[in-house]
Every structure is written in C-alpha cells, then in structure tokens.
Design a protein around this ligand. Structure first.
Ligand code: CA
Length: 222
C-alpha cells in the first residue's frame, strides 16, 4: 500500500512519513499544494493524507481538482482544530474522512486502515484467505495460526494482493503500490518476492496468470 502525505509543516511531515513507513506503507511526501496535486494526479496511491492549509495551492483546491480529474483514491484531510467549516468544506470537496490538528498518530493510522479497507470492500482489520490471516493492525501474517516472518517489502506486496483478493494484478501495478517515488524500481524483483512469499506461506494462494500478473485466491473458491 502506498500513501501520499501533503503537509507543509516539516516536523509533522517527517513524523507522518516515518510513522506510516513503520506501519508498512510506501510513502511519498509533498510540502506544498502544487507538488501534492502533481503527485496525486500522476502516481498511484492507496490513500492520501492532505493538509488543508498549504502554500502555492490550497488543500481544498487540490482535492476538488483531483476529483474533477476523476482521481478517486481515499483522502483524509487534516483540518485546523475546532474548525467545523473546514470539516464541512473538506467533505463537500470529496474528502472521505478528516482529522483535526493536533491528533494522535495512532488515530490517523487507524483511520487510514479503515479507509483503505472500505475502499477494497473489507469490513474488518483482519482479512482471511483460506488458512492465511493478514492482520492490518499489526502487519502480521499467520497460516493455520502459525506466524509467517515476512520482510517489509514482502508484507507490502502480500497486503496489496490480499486487499485486491480475486483480482488479477499486474507486476507494474504491484511495483507502483509497494515502492515510494524515490525507489529504484525494477518489476523483475516482483517475481523474486512472489517466489519467496509462496515459499514462506507454504500454501498455494498466489496464482500466476501468464502474461498478466498475479491473483490471490481463496483455495475454496479457486
Ligand atoms: Ca499547513
């Protein structure tokens, strides 16, 4: 899962980026509305954290413009404390949720998990696929109750497939959603990751769809 953070306050931006990375997301950050708007229009994100008070281009304008252009990714806006008019304006402009500053990082993480989950149609933070359970709160995976030790990149890839269970996902799409902008991307490594994940899981849940990509399936439905 890949997140865009648009926040002009350097300390908060850094805190958000490191907390999100620690929670297993690939993260890009922008410090003004123009940069943020550009990234959100050209890159693929699973969710966006958008401050409303931004230099160069106001957060509301950024959001309205994305929605007009048809970018439907979930957006959580950060509003000034107690500003009900900010909240209303944000929701009307197409925000999916809001959080008033100052806030606890834990609450932001929980709200993002809920947004991403709802977007992919999952009702709870634990997603089950046959004998495998992926817990999006703890970023842990078990098979038949036994913990599976995955690297951060392996977890990101598996979590993306799990959130899009039953759909064929191309290597390009996986690459776009598990690396941040600065990462030197190579879609060949995806194959290596998938091989390692299959081995670690010990159960055959990821199907290769020749020429198209990968599909994670419940063994019961395959
Ligand atoms: Ca601001």
């Amino acid at each position: 899962m890949r997140i865009l953070v648009v926040e002009d306050e350097p300390t908060l931006q850094r805190q958000l980026k490191s907390a999100l990375e620690a929670a297993g997301y690939a993260v890009d950050a922008a410090g003004d509305g123009e940069d943020g708007h550009f990234l959100g229009s050209t890159e693929s994100y699973d969710a966006v954290v958008l401050d409303l008070g931004l230099p160069k281009m106001d957060g509301l304008k950024v959001l309205e413009s994305w929605r007009r252009e048809g970018h439907a990714m979930p957006v959580l806006v950060l509003t000034a404390r107690d500003s009900w008019s900010d909240k209303v304006a944000g929701l009307d402009a197409g925000a999916d949720d809001y959080l008033a500053k100052p806030f606890q990082i834990e609450e932001l993480l929980a709200r993002l998990r809920a947004l991403i989950r709802r977007t992919s149609g999952h009702a709870t933070s634990e997603i089950e696929v046959g004998p495998m359970l992926l817990d999006t709160r703890s970023s842990r995976v078990t098979v038949n109750g036994e913990p599976v030790r995955l690297t951060a990149q392996e977890y990101k890839l598996l979590a993306y497939l799990v959130h899009h269970k039953g759909k064929v996902i191309s290597r390009t799409e996986l690459t776009e959603h598990i690396y941040d902008q600065d990462f030197d991307r190579d879609s060949n490594t995806i194959e290596v990751f998938v091989t390692r994940i299959r081995k670690k899981l010990g159960v055959d849940l990821i199907r290769t769809v020749r020429g198209l990509g990968y599909c994670l399936e419940d063994p019961g439905t395959a």
